[in-house]
Design a binder for this molecule. Sequence first.
Ligand SMILES: Cc1cc2nc3c(=O)[nH]c(=O)nc-3n(C[C@H](O)[C@H](O)[C@H](O)COP(=O)(O)OP(=O)(O)OC[C@H]3O[C@@H](n4cnc5c(N)ncnc54)[C@H](O)[C@@H]3O)c2cc1C
Length: 487
Amino acid sequence: MVYTQCGETHFTIYKRLLTQQSVISKVTRKRLLMEKYDTIVVGAGTAGCIAAKTLTEKGLKVCLIEKKPKQEIGEKICGDALGDHHLKTLGLEKPTGGELEAKIDGIKIYSPDENTIFTIADKDFVGHILNRRLFGQWLLKKATDAGTHLEDNMNIRSPIIEKGAVVGITAKNMKTGNISELRSKVVVDATGFFGMIRKQLPAELGIDSEIDNEDVEACYREIRQLKQEAENTRFCEIYLNQQASPGGYVWIFPKGGARMNVGIGTCMRKTGYPNPKEQLYKTALKKPMFEDSLVLTGGAWFDPVRRPLDSMVANGVVIIGDAASLVNPIHGGGIGPSMLSGYYAGQQIVEALGKGEPTREALWGYNKRYIDTYGKKQGTLDIFKIFLLSCSDEDLNYGMNQKLMTEDDVLKAGMGDDFHLNITETAKRVFRGIRKVGFLNKLHTTVSMMKGLGVHYNTYPETPRGFEEWRDETVRLIEEARKKLVD
Ligand SMILES: Cc1cc2nc3c(=O)[nH]c(=O)nc-3n(C[C@H](O)[C@H](O)[C@H](O)COP(=O)(O)OP(=O)(O)OC[C@H]3O[C@@H](n4cnc5c(N)ncnc54)[C@H](O)[C@@H]3O)c2cc1C
């Protein structure tokens, strides 16, 4: 596990890891495995396991590469919350064994002064609090039962690229130190936030390799054992507070019994951001419920909160899950979208290989399908996130208290529905918001820019033709939102 250290960004951590790897490679470079697979999936998280399961169920020869030992697969610094609807979409049964720790009826969102609480108990916010390791093991078993070959303790080093296509990977066995070369028709990058394959692809392949720091939440989380069971065990609680967690939020999620998952995410702004662990100790952990509580486990990790990569495919390679930035920009939930991307990617690879070579064109359908279903929602929510980032605590207190922003807005935004402010509704809000006309104007601009971006996402190209123009326009619209809402 990588812990954030003061002054160390995710980029410097990544560089440190690469340097360590290259030193080791000079010592032991061996070619052990030359076996050819239809697909190599790198990373046995939620995205990778579902991709491997989907591919092997369709009869492909799949190798799943994971740097952790098998028994640790699934372990992750996370809020552990999964909406029920994601399982339904994927046709997965509800967790019932040890992988389920608690059931959730919805979320409560607290204004910075905690005087206003939005309670969102819609069916789309009903969900499960997972035991991440056991949930991960449950998904892994589905993949291996279907026939996936697992290579654990294998740390990916680099993609092998020949004639403009990814044709395999090199990986180091963490136990023996041996370096192996594995070849396949397609490589899937499911390595999570660091996107170990994505980062090493040459620009000509057309996949963005870097994620801007401003689009990343630095998070710190602990699982705490309380002295006694908390009163609220059915709602996930989210606390907005730009002082405590600039550009993010504090969460307190019930884990069942007297255990709580408590954490914080802060936006990694260029102008600086506070240490999330220190912030958690100064704020949420000062609440009376945590008095004399025990730390069961704690750690830090990163959450990419932005629109999806504009393209997630190139010749012989597909990017899924966090590696492709497939996280809801508002609440940071990425388990559902990561599994969805694994499923779509698996289906598209099967189709592409069934027709011939896994070229960028042949794999493009994965981009289109993801963007048309979840990606468009993520894109428009990127603008809502920019709006929230630009609000002061005073704006948020007043906006929530006077219902200038309503539970319904948050619900519709969260579900990716278009939300319109009609004339009567606008007039009512103007009346209520007479002291905060600026806030209301900003909300209006946000809604109309979200709508504009949604219309643009509806024109996502069916094939790579016209993609460059589409991407340029996407970048322009997001930049325009930043200028109008933040500058
Ligand atoms: C603090 C925090 C709280 C969150 N809370 C929630 C929440 O409540 N609900 C929700 O839905 N989402 C939440 N998320 C997001 C969610 O955890 C991710 O979106 C999701 O786990 C992504 O799955 P993945 O499979 O893409 O990546 P990961 O789960 O990160 O899996 C990547 C896998 O790749 C492996 N790997 C990495 N590098 C290598 C390598 N070099 N070689 C081989 N293997 C490698 C890793 O060991 C890991 O097993 C949270 C994220 C954070 C950081």
